[in-house]
Ligand binder design. Structure first.
Ligand code: ADP
Ligand code: MG
Length: 402
């Protein structure tokens, strides 16, 4: 599909280029024509539900899986294609996995030094560099311990040191934080961000956790069923999700069916919901009189005074979170909103008005999938209700594009 000459020329200066990357197991297509271009120093996060093909994509890049079709260039060199398959050890990549994958019979320092085995270094120099890297990840005092004596967080720091010490052109991370508890996860996430940026590393990082994805990404790609649905800076993916699935998977507080009243400017529309008329961000073609699906970001919602620009409802629950109050509000027309923030607590059963900022009020044409909507709290780790690490069969998610 892609002219090899064009691809080769085009890949100059890019650390990673995937073109039409497809992977099938028997009859099942797990990756479907994935295109990626990663410039040097970029932290690319691939965000998708469990089973969407993230690990398979990483394994294709690493070379532990062969492509079914398409091409892959790393640092300008074709490493996989119709007639090429460079083995993993000759791709000069570093990887960090979910399960740490340290050698149990080597100490922390020896595990890190292992990554330097192909460099022409003397033993003392290898050890010095390893200790320096362990220092940078904050566990130099554990240098001579075996992995069995280290906690999960410490083991992952060793794995990170091992991945960074070799200064390879590309660092691949497969959900490296998902086995750690919340406090450690946050801490190590910050360190991954700062260490990789300090070193100028190019990173492809996969996760199913949207909070982690937004916190780390320079570029964010949302993947579902082996396809990249959208790729761009995290702000763009958040503010202008390409379709309802992307919006859902990046955090929603509610979904409503609306009627389009009129276009009200570039990328804007007025929509009617019950007796209220709201200003919305229009994504796609919205025709007056037609049905629209309105998806709401939690940070667009606040409690306020009534009027025809607000939605009225009844408070079902309230909770104290991060210094403010989060409310669950059942709207008059039957939908539920979660995470409606306010600096005062509204009591259960109170009649309230919910004000909606047009920026986080996303209107898509049609109404597909609305009935199966589950709210997702952006602060809560970003998974559909009941869907922690569930297979991506689309159940319970808003209609993905055909
Ligand atoms: P993720 O990392 O996003 O959770 P994976 O890449 O592990 O997803 O898996 C994507 C899909 O490919 C899943 O449906 C999985 O069952 C399937 N799959 C992965 N590896 C194999 C394999 N070796 N043989 C057959 N199917 C596989
Ligand atoms: Mg995986």
């Amino acid at each position: 599909m892609t002219d090899p000459a064009v691809t080769a020329g085009h890949s100059a200066g890019l650390v990673l280029v995937a073109a039409g990357l497809t992977k099938s197991y028997q009859q099942t297509r797990v990756l479907d024509a994935v295109d990626l271009e990663v410039p040097p120093g970029t932290f690319l996060v691939l965000l998708g539900p469990s089973g969407s093909g993230k690990t398979t994509l990483l394994r294709c890049i690493a070379g532990t899986e062969r492509l079914s079709s398409g091409t892959l260039h790393i640092a300008g060199r074709e490493v996989a294609g119709p007639r090429t398959h460079v083995p993993p050890e000759r791709r000069h990549l570093s990887m960090v996995f979910q399960d740490y994958a340290l050698w149990p019979h080597l100490t922390a320092a020896e595990n890190v030094a292992f990554a330097l085995r192909r460099l022409p270094l003397r033993g003392a120099e290898r050890r010095a560099r390893s200790l320096q890297m362990l220092e940078r990840v904050g566990i130099s005092q554990m240098a001579d311990q075996y992995p069995g004596r280290l906690s999960g967080g410490q083991q992952q720091r060793v794995a990170l040191a091992r991945a960074l010490v070799a200064e390879s052109p590309l660092l691949l991370c497969d959900e490296p934080l998902s086995n750690l508890d919340a406090h450690l996860r946050e801490q190590l996430r910050v360190e991954i961000a700062t260490l990789t940026r300090d070193s100028g590393a190019t990173v492809v990082y996969i996760t199913h956790d949207q909070q982690e994805a937004f916190a780390l990404a320079d570029q964010l790609a949302v993947i579902d069923r082996g396809r990249i649905l959208q790729i761009g800076p995290p702000e763009q993916v958040y503010r202008l999700p390409a379709n309802p699935f992307v919006a859902q998977f990046t955090g929603l507080a509610g979904a409503l069916e609306a009627q389009v009243v009129a276009a009200s400017g570039p990328g804007r529309a007025r929509v009617r919901i019950g007796g209220a008329e709201l200003e919305a961000t229009a994504i796609g073609e919205l025709q007056p009189g037609e049905v629209a699906q309105v998806l709401l970001r939690a940070d667009a919602l606040s409690l306020g005074q009534g009027g025809n620009r607000a939605l009225s409802g009844v408070v079902r629950d309230s909770s104290f979170r991060s210094g403010l109050y989060d409310h669950v509000v059942d709207l008059a027309q039957g939908s539920r909103l979660t995470g409606v923030r306010s600096n005062a607590r509204a009591v259960r059963g109170a009649n309230v008005a919910v004000l909606i900022d047009p920026v986080g009020c996303l209107a898509f044409p049609g109404s597909k999938g609305l009935e199966s909507f589950h709210p997702v709290r952006p602060e809560a780790g970003g998974l559909p209700a009941g869907g922690v690490d569930q297979p991506s069969d689309g159940a319970g998610l808003l209609g993905a594009p055909a």
